[in-house]
Design a protein around this ligand. Structure first.
Ligand code: UDP
Length: 327
């Protein structure tokens, strides 16, 4: 298919572009490169515009023959969203509204949307399935939930189809394609732990050890970014087979505490990771673990990389490559 990928120069976006190219699709990337990287473009054409720029967005989508859009471009940091809520709504809600209207004007009817486990807030069950109540406890999650609701309404009033993929904690890297995670500043646990181990980052602070979990630290479902990528390929390829609107939770169904993750990173690096205990980070639920049964049943999706050790090892391989070849 001829596809447009917004945010294709970012972390999950670039791995999905890789998977789409491997599956034989023709990919164009739209990215303002605010957090994405030129080295991640993988030879694809780049449309270097911002989704808030409706004039150029409409012009760039018209007449190109795109058959579908995968939409990764977004602001995605919980802490930042608390401090800059209007900026988050403008980028994530406004940007997606602009995209949908430009798609409609260009007669493009298929969208795969990057959503998040943050839409659920504090879980009321051990495993979170698609029907779990949605009550985000941070602005980032609110913006993603509003977009899901907007997309559902659009699919009910037109020929538009949308699939929302709710990522749990995207992690790991594709060492074959030399792709991986690189944020400035880095806020995520695994890269921060690896950089602390290598002495190239700040010392690691563990955000709270008084949560009601097995060891007091937050529990998350870390899903390999290549597994997220394969779900996107399935979602866009199979969109005709399903109803106009669908939501899928993507995770391994295994919860790992922050301490478990640090231990896995220590194993990958082969050294202890010094860390201190700090206060809780606002907006962090104690536990987030997916039930991905629906994605399994309907998309035929199952993660291939389930263990935290494998995920940490691939992230470490990437970190070494990034430091030696790109930084
Ligand atoms: N975390 C931490 N120290 C860090 C970064 C993250 O203790 O330097 C914790 C964070 O509070 C959360 C978990 O690690 O419980 C995963 O956070 P991350 O930012 O990687 O992903 P998020 O869950 O926000 O999507």
């Amino acid at each position: 298919m001829k596809l447009l990928v917004t945010g294709g120069a970012g972390f999950v976006g670039s791995h999905s572009v890789n998977a789409l190219l491997q599956a034989g699709h023709d990919v164009t990337i739209l990215d303002n490169l605010s957090t994405g990287h030129r080295w991640a473009l993988q030879g694809c054409e780049l449309i270097p515009i911002d989704l808030r720029d409706t004039y150029h967005l409409n012009r760039k989508l018209k007449g190109r023959g795109f058959e579908g859009v995968l939409h990764f471009a977004a602001k995605s940091l919980v802490g930042e969203s608390k401090n800059q809520p209007a900026m988050y709504y403008q980028n994530n809600v406004g940007g997606t509204t602009n995209l949908v209207r430009a798609m409609q004007a260009a007669d493009i009817q298929k969208l795969v949307f990057s959503s998040t486990a943050a839409i659920f807030g504090n879980p009321i069950s051990d495993l979170i399935d698609e029907e779990h109540p949605k009550a985000p406890i941070n602005v980032y999650g609110q913006t993603k939930l509003v977009v899901e609701q907007m997309l559902q309404a659009v699919t009910q009033s037109s020929n538009f189809s949308a699939t929302c993929l709710r990522y749990f904690n995207a992690a790991g890297a594709n060492n074959t394609a030399n792709l991986g995670e690189w944020h400035e500043p880095e806020t995520h646990l695994i890269p921060n732990a690896l950089r602390a181990a290598a002495g190239t980052g700040n010392p690691l602070t563990l955000f709270g050890d008084d949560y009601p979990t097995v060891d007091g630290t937050c529990v998350r479902d870390y899903v390999h970014v290549d597994d997220l990528a394969s779900a996107h390929v399935a979602a866009i390829e199979q969109m005709d087979k399903r109803g106009a609107f669908g939501t899928y939770n993507l995770g391994n169904g295994n919860g790992y505490s922050v301490k478990d993750v640090i231990a896995a990173c220590e194993k990958a690096v082969g050294t202890e990771i010094p860390h201190t205990i700090g206060p809780r980070r606002e907006g962090d639920p104690a536990t987030l673990v997916a039930s991905a049964q629906k994605a399994h049943n309907e998309l035929g999706w199952s993660p291939k990389h389930e263990g935290i050790d494998e995920i940490a090892q691939s992230a470490w391989n990437w970190e070494c490559y990034r430091r030696d070849s790109l930084a």
